[in-house]
Design a protein around this ligand. Structure first.
Ligand SMILES: C[S@@+](CC[C@H](N)C(=O)[O-])C[C@H]1O[C@@H](n2cnc3c(N)ncnc32)[C@H](O)[C@@H]1O
Length: 272
């Protein structure tokens, strides 16, 4: 698994606060959107999270689980937009600690709790969640079937498992490195058919499927154009989480999408 922990002296939340300050913002007067440049650790930022929130089918009084929650950007957005409380789990203690601090900055700490745990062994009771979300996580796992089994166990009957993930397409190797693998031999990314088979074998029923690849390509193009116009990336960006290789990761992800080596899919499954 690629670890996003960065060997730098300041902790992640301090570096995020410094980057915000460089953009003229203070941590006591933020809205959720102010953090999106750093806390949406996936292709498309808020542009790909906004359209999937409704597919969770949750509202006030419900509890959603976010598997591989990172800094909690998607979790906080789900909580704000739906009124559902959200529990996130992530293997990285540094990221989780920083994510809970970010929740405090935007007043989301009552509604969003981020915990350190493996998505393959989540320490919560069976059938304790109304929906489960997973954004850009399966590719990091050697046994993704275990995450699907946990999603199924933790969901109440009738609940939805929403996945927003890149999938492999075509026959050739991807361009590497990508954030989840430095070389082809270390890459666990699945094809759409494999993810769907995994879900079906686990017991899920397919619900809906949307292809966000075109949206993702547009988002990359607009992001690169903005960076070029500004003469460089803004202080608040994913380099704070992913380190100095982030520009290479981004260019490779863009090229993989353009050459249809990967697609970005929004897949919704239902527990009968
Ligand atoms: C690309 S980031 C996505 C974070 C978040 N879902 C988002 O979209 O902003 C992938 C996350 O998965 C986490 N992760 C990878 N393997 C994991 C595991 N076995 N259990 C829990 N988290 C894991 C990483 O620590 C990282 O935070």
């Amino acid at each position: 698994m690629t670890d996003f922990a960065i060997a730098q002296e300041e902790n992640l939340q301090t570096r995020i606060a410094q980057a915000l300050s460089a953009q003229g913002k203070t941590t006591d007067a933020l809205v959720l959107e102010d953090l999106a440049g750093v806390d949406e650790i996936h292709i498309g930022g808020l542009e790909t999270i906004r359209p999937i929130v409704g597919s969770l089918g949750v509202g006030s009084g419900d509890v959603t689980l976010d598997l591989g929650s990172g800094l909690g950007g998607p979790a906080r957005f789900v909580a704000r937009e739906t009124g559902s409380r959200v529990v996130g789990v992530d293997l990285s203690a540094d990221t989780t600690l920083a994510g809970n601090e970010l929740s405090g900055w935007v007043g989301a700490d009552e509604m969003v709790q981020l915990e350190v745990a493996d998505v393959c062994h989540v320490p919560h009771k069976s059938e304790s969640f109304d929906a489960v979300l997973s954004v850009h996580v399966h590719m990091f796992l050697q046994a993704p079937a275990q995450m699907f089994a946990e999603a199924f166990r933790l969901l109440k009957p009738g609940g939805r498992f929403v996945v927003l993930d890149p999938v492999r397409c075509g026959d050739g190797d991807l361009h590497y490195p990508v954030p989840w693998a430095s070389v082809a031999d270390a890459d666990n990314i699945l094809r759409e058919t494999e993810l769907k088979t995994l879900a079906a074998t686990t017991g899920f029923r397919p619900h809906t499927r949307s292809d966000f690849s075109a949206l993702a390509i547009d988002w990359f193009s607009a992001t690169f154009a903005r960076i070029s116009e500004m003469g460089g990336p803004p202080p608040l960006g994913l380099h704070l989480v992913m380190g100095p290789d982030f520009p290479t990761f981004a260019l490779n992800a863009f090229q993989n999408l353009q050459e249809e080596k990967i697609a970005l899919l929004h897949l919704v499954f239902e527990k009968p």
